[in-house]
Design a protein around this ligand. Structure first.
Ligand code: ADP
Ligand code: MG
Length: 242
């Protein structure tokens, strides 16, 4: 069963068409990596999925809800889609635990103690239980990104979107963040991950999508796409990054 259905999605910025007729379905529990050159539309595509961007035309259904319907309760549906960015954007004057429990209390009406119990479980899951009372500035980039993942998970989303979650990290921090994502994948979280980590894409993802120039040029099993790309543009991109 598809949890995400994108049909004929187009996105313009002014005269520039950035997404050109994207159609794709994502199954429940599927882990999809999106790769492609800078400027190919990967971030815009992710942002359209939780309607951080207004789309120009097409339809996007997430968990059966029409994300593009102006009459629907977009804030409620957006809660079903967690997002993790390259920049972690934690609230600097709040502790790690306060960062994690804020949205469940404000947006989901959880009690403080309920949110804290969930928050501590999630911090344990990302290996940062002992940092609950620290401030973001006291944490490394990799730790901050793991807090950002816990914060997104605290909303109990149906699907998690990651936009280059390790690109801003020092190399020695990357592994810990990827391991948390791998664990989520193993637990059956539906995930769409824009990444330059080709090893992760190959080993963890069920499907890889190669985007270029606003199109999905090629998609398939990572082993097939990486070892035997069908399109010249995919071959050329992979030859530069592998
Ligand atoms: P990627 O994530 O693959 O690097 P993006 O989705 O960020 O690509 O960008 C795709 C194209 O859209 C680029 O040409 C970029 O300059 C343009 N773009 C992205 N965001 C905006 C914006 N807010 N306004 C105008 N153009 C944008
Ligand atoms: Mg991007």
């Amino acid at each position: 069963m598809s949890i995400v259905q994108v049909k004929n999605l187009k996105k313009h910025y002014g005269q520039m068409e950035v997404l050109k007729d994207i159609s794709v379905e994502i199954a429940e529990k599927e882990v999809v990596c999106v790769i492609g050159p800078s400027g190919s539309g990967k971030s815009t595509f992710l942002r359209c999925l939780n309607r951080l961007e207004e789309i120009t035309s097409g339809t996007i259904l997430v968990n059966g809800h029409e994300m593009t319907d102006n009459n629907s309760d977009i804030n409620k549906f957006r809660q079903e889609v967690g997002m993790v960015f390259q920049q972690f954007n934690l609230f600097p004057h709040k502790t790690v635990l306060q960062n994690v429990i804020l949205a469940p209390i404000k947006l989901k009406g959880k009690s403080k103690s309920e949110a804290e119990t969930l928050g501590m479980t999630l911090l344990e899951k990302v290996g940062l239980k002992e940092k609950a009372n620290s401030y973001p500035s006291e944490l490394s980039g990799g730790q901050q990104q793991r807090v950002a993942i816990a914060r997104a998970l605290a909303m109990e989303p149906k699907i998690m979107l990651f936009d280059e979650p390790t690109s801003a990290l020092d190399p020695e921090m990357v592994g810990d963040v990827l391991n948390v994502m791998k664990e989520l994948a193993n637990e059956g979280m539906t995930m769409v991950i824009v990444t330059h980590e080709m090893g992760f894409a190959r080993d963890v993802c069920d499907r890889v999508i190669f985007m270029d120039g606003g199109y999905i040029v090629e998609e398939g099993d990572p082993k097939d796409v990486f070892t035997n790309p069908k399109h010249e543009r995919t071959r050329s991109f992979l030859s530069k990054v592998l």
